[in-house]
Design a protein around this ligand. Structure first.
Ligand code: NDP
Length: 315
């Protein structure tokens, strides 16, 4: 099997990974970045990004990610396709397997593998991807001003997104499969008392329809019960807020995570507790999950990696 040693390995190609690559390459650390399954990360699945500073006219997700990638390439980052399939962080230098056919060892590691939004698994979610289906209200809510949207989920994220969307949209349906909300009391109250939010308890969304993007959803109330009801609700946008899965599984034996799998870092730093191993972006962030916050944490991780190498006399 092919073998290689690098000073800094960056895993993941979202805003955190590419920003870490920009900073570490400018610091002459010669970073190697593996892009993973989805080059450019979650943002490549969104359409317009209007809240990333520096783009007064907005930018599409794929263009933004390509701009970040080009910026990292300009300073000499070695960006490669490939998926890290195994990790061993038990001792430095840390070792990894790429696509089951290459081994790499690294003195410092920046884990920027992101998180994956959960979907219901409906065929229609794929059919209307980017045409009315979204897993990020902060990213896409603006396109639904004065329109009607549905949010699926009953946790804090769903309630926050419903309240956020209610500030823009004409009407918000919150589709909750149980007869109660799982969210914190304060979020429950905000949702239940909001004049523009209607909570559809004991409902499941089972399909979407529309000729030109989403025009409505098929729902079932009290699924499987004798009084089960099926009907359609007219909507323009369908938002999933049923949780995210951080992509941390291969690192979990060595780094601490919360119960969902988000990597726990030391205070507001990207340090994981394993010397020279840092986590940046959504894989370590259950709260903000924004491109700009991911980019910021990628910058912090790069600075930490450089300091670590310098302290170890490895620069
Ligand atoms: P949660 O896991 O808390 O909630 C997920 C919600 O989605 C639940 O209501 C769940 O239903 C529902 N759900 C899951 N799968 C399906 C499905 N297949 N069909 C229909 N509904 C489904 O995830 P969140 O993202 O809301 O929150 C994650 C963590 O982050 C929580 O600890 C939360 O408190 C925290 N958080 C905190 C915030 C804050 O403090 N400001 C903001 C956002 C999140 P069910 O209840 O039936 O399982």
């Amino acid at each position: 099997m092919e073998k290689e040693h690098v000073k800094c390995l960056i895993i993941g190609s979202g805003p955190a990974g590419y920003t870490a690559a920009i900073y570490t390459s400018r610091a002459n650390i010669a970073p190697v970045l593996y892009e993973g399954l989805q080059t450019g990360g979650q943002l490549t699945t969104t359409t317009e990004v209007e809240n990333f500073p520096g783009y007064p006219q907005g930018v599409t997700g794929p263009v933004l990610m390509d701009d970040l990638r080009q910026q990292a390439l300009r300073f000499g980052a070695d960006i490669r396709p490939g998926l890290i399939t195994q990790a061993d962080l038990s001792q430095a230098p840390y070792s990894f397997t790429i696509d089951e056919n290459k081994k790499i060892t690294a003195d410092t590691v920046i884990i920027a593998t992101g998180a994956t939004a959960k979907y219901l698994g409906l065929e229609d979610e794929k059919k209307y991807a980017g045409m009315g289906v979204s897993a990020c209200a902060t990213c896409d809510g603006f396109f639904y001003r004065k329109k009607v949207v549905a949010v699926v989920g009953g946790g804090d994220t769903a309630c926050e997104e419903a309240v956020y969307l209610a500030g823009l949209a004409r009407q918000v349906y919150l589709v909750v499969r149980k007869p109660y909300l799982r969210a914190s009391k304060i979020m429950q109250e905000r949702v239940l008392n909001h004049p523009k939010i209607t909570v559809l308890f004991e409902h499941n969304a089972i399909g979407l329809f529309g000729d030109n993007g989403v025009e409505g959803m098929h729902v079932v109330k009290r699924k499987g019960e004798p009084d089960e009801e099926r009907y359609d609700v007219a909507i323009d946008g369908f938002f999933l807020a049923i949780g995210h899965q951080p992509n941390s599984a291969i690192f979990q034996p060595w780094v601490k995570t919360d119960e969902t799998g988000y990597i726990l870092t030391e205070g507001s730093s990207p340090r994981t507790g394993v010397p020279g191993v840092f986590a940046a972006g959504d894989v370590a962030d259950p709260h903000y999950r924004q491109a700009i916050t991911a980019a910021g944490s990628g910058c912090k991780a790069a600075i930490e990696a450089e300091r670590y190498l310098s302290e170890q006399g490895m620069l």
